[in-house]
Design a protein around this ligand. Structure first.
Ligand code: KG4
Ligand code: ZN
Length: 339
């Protein structure tokens, strides 16, 4: 175990390239000095991420993104103590770009390499805000485009998945419903926007009955589809805010119910959310309401650390550095989600 020093902070350069955003961040101990994200607009015209195009965009973006992150943090390459990267899960072509870049840089600078799991990093994004950090143990509902999990965090590196989706992720449910409503990809933020002006009780959609702390969202998708098929022409256009608010409300109810069950089961009342869907204003509000009602202490990462970002990779890497959990230069990325 490495003990943090007061004189010399540990400087980490972190790379995140698991899907369609190229991101680089620089941290000094557990403080994020810069977090730069290059979004890829090329996918909008296809209604979803095209893996081949994502890899090419990462190749194009990675060097300037890292340069901007270092410049913003006012850090020279020679100041870096370790290079971190997202090792899994994600699109393999995208992960390969970040992994190879990180390895090359670690080799060139003769610095250690740290491999980070993307879903663990989403959870630890809750430790970024110095003013509002949960103490351990805490529960985290991680809701992203590819995953939906309830995680029990006993310490930064002791995380256990208590439940997860058995089919679609919450973000996927948002994106698929948005697509049916004729909204562009990624649909989650669009549903959020229209829902603000809609009535969440206007329409009723199926809520699944799934055992334990697991989730299912595929039934909701079918329920929205069958409902829309029965409606007359022009219905979506006339009812878009109500439809968005009703879909959003159903997803949030499913999530909060399971979170409630997890608190009851574990007795842990420090509750966090993380991942792209934690940027949803309805979910943020619902978590605060549930917190007040049930006496939970609730935490949400700052907005820029909810969707994919390298800041969360940097903070996770800091704890791995302290625990001397370094990777070898032979390490390969993996698309698989196992921890
Ligand atoms: O964590 P993330 O950036 O990437 C993955 O690891 O998947 O999550 C992306 C997901 C997408 O499904 C996107 O639609 C959803 O997060 N999302 C939202 C909002 N912002 C992003 N969903 C609902 N409301 C939002 N405001
Ligand atoms: Zn993510």
């Amino acid at each position: 175990m490495i003990t943090p020093s007061k004189e010399k902070k540990i400087i980490i350069l972190a790379i995140e390239s698991s899907c369609d955003d190229t991101s680089a961040a620089v941290s000094a101990d557990d403080t994020i000095l810069s977090n730069v994200i290059a979004n890829q607009s090329v996918h909008e015209q296809y209604g979803g991420v095209v893996p081949e195009l994502a890899s090419r965009e990462h190749m194009r973006n990675i060097v300037p993104t890292v340069q901007v992150a270092l410049a913003k943090a006012k850090i020279e390459k020679t100041d870096i103590d370790a290079i971190a990267f997202t090792q899994a899960p994600g699109l393999i072509g995208s992960l390969l770009v970040g992994a190879q870049f990180a390895k090359s840089m670690a080799l060139a600078l003769d610095k250690p390499l740290i491999a980070v799991h993307h879903m663990q990093a989403h959870v630890l994004a809750n430790l970024i805000d110095p003013i509002r950090r949960p103490a351990f143990p805490f529960l985290c509902l991680t809701v992203s485009g590819g995953h939906t999990q309830i995680v029990l965090a006993k310490s930064p590196l002791d995380l256990t998945v208590l439940g997860e989706t058995i089919d679609d992720a919450a973000g996927e449910a948002f994106d698929k419903a948005a697509k049916m409503l004729g909204l562009p990809y990624p649909g989650g933020p669009m549903v959020d926007k229209y829902a603000a002006a809609g009535n969440p009780s206007a329409f009723k959609f199926a809520e699944p009955q799934v055992a334990d702390l697991n989730f299912s969202f595929s039934g909701l998708k079918t329920s929205v589809l069958y409902f829309l098929q029965k409606q007359p022409e022009g219905f979506i256009k006339e009812n878009l805010p109500d439809l968005c608010a009703s879909v959003q409300d159903t997803i949030i109810r499913i999530l909060i119910k399971k979170l409630h069950k997890a608190v009851k089961q574990t007795g842990v009342k420090q509750v966090c959310i993380a991942g792209g869907v934690s940027a949803n204003s309805g979910l943020r509000e619902a978590l605060n309401v549930a917190g007040k009602k049930h006496g939970w202490k609730t935490y949400i990462p700052p907005f820029e650390f909810c969707t994919d970002n390298a800041g969360m990779i940097a903070i996770t890497a800091y704890y791995k550095y302290l625990a001397s959990q370094f990777a070898t230069l032979e390490i390969c990325p993996s698309s698989r989600a196992e921890w």
